[in-house]
Design a protein around this ligand. Structure first.
Ligand SMILES: CC(C)(COP(=O)(O)OP(=O)(O)OC[C@H]1O[C@@H](n2cnc3c(N)ncnc32)[C@H](O)[C@@H]1OP(=O)(O)O)[C@@H](O)C(=O)NCCC(=O)NCCS
Length: 241
């Protein structure tokens, strides 16, 4: 089977990524610039590097209580290898944690020209649809999103999708019983859309940012070696026969 790729070519010992020699990238490019190159097929402009870097920093960790960190640590505590625990942590991401970015971005793009956003949001809320990119289990406002949007404004990436995101947050505030702030998935989805990223690659951005955090959790679990993580029986209520 023939495979075609526009990503990497290795020829006579020379590795070329998206047309740039890897040996040259090692000397002159940062990791963030090279990530942008391999995903977008071109070198980033300085503002794009700064924005992508900030997005990756914002996703680096969100505590032991998150589904991904907790899962990674539990799997590590059962004496699995680092990469097995890391894979488990990534697999714990879903529409409610770490993977809402794609659906959020789709919603923002689809509603760029929606003159009745308030009604759309209300209709979805009435149908009990949870809008991706809003709400948080422990935060009533998300400082990460606030900082990222400030930076997007400064760097010229606050466009239609960021506006839809913030307007949706305002509409939700009018009709929700609890605060549903624009969360990190929502802010990332909006900014990446306004930077021209395809929603299909966005989960990858979140994962790329979060992997160092998960590695830190797994490494700490290995170093502390607190034993096998297990729910205590008094936290489990048997409701069967
Ligand atoms: C993140 C999340 C799971 C946290 O949930 P939570 O704070 O525990 O909220 P609850 O499940 O207790 O829901 C409380 C109420 O708020 C509503 N709600 C929560 N998030 C909502 C959202 N994104 N859109 C609309 N309504 C939402 C629920 O429907 C519920 O309403 P009800 O009381 O009328 O039934 C939730 O906000 C969510 O599903 N968000 C969308 C997915 C997302 O963006 N995930 C990334 C998180 S960083």
């Amino acid at each position: 089977m023939k495979w075609e790729t526009a990503i990497t070519n290795i020829n006579k010992g020379q590795e070329v990524i998206r047309g740039k020699k890897l040996s040259g990238l090692i000397k002159s490019s940062t990791f963030t610039e090279t990530i942008f190159l391999i995903w977008q097929g071109r070198m980033p402009k300085p503002a794009e590097t700064k924005m992508l870097d900030a997005l990756l920093v914002s996703a680096i960790d969100h505590g032991t209580g998150t589904a991904s960190a907790m899962t990674a640590r539990i799997v590590s505590s059962a004496k699995n290898s680092l990469h097995t625990s890391l894979a488990a942590g990534i697999l714990a991401m879903g529409e409610r944690h770490g993977s809402a970015i794609e659906s959020a971005a789709k919603f923002f793009v689809e509603n760029k020209n929606n003159k009745n956003l308030g009604q759309t949001v209300k209709d979805l809320k009435d149908k009990k649809v949870r809008l991706a990119g809003f709400g948080h289990a422990v935060l009533t406002k998300d400082e990460r999103s606030i900082e990222l949007l400030k930076m997007a404004k400064k760097l010229g990436f606050y466009k239609d999708c960021c506006l839809v995101a913030q307007n949706t947050e305002k509409e939700l505030k009018k009709i929700s019983s609890k605060p549903l702030p624009l969360n990190i998935d929502g802010a990332m989805g909006a900014i990446l859309s306004d930077m021209g990223f395809d929603h299909k690659i966005m989960k990858g951005v979140f994962i790329a940012g979060r992997v160092p955090g998960l590695v830190a959790h797994i490494y700490e679990e290995m170093q502390n070696d607190a034993g096998l993580r297990r729910l205590s029986e008094d936290e489990i209520t048997y409701v069967g026969k």
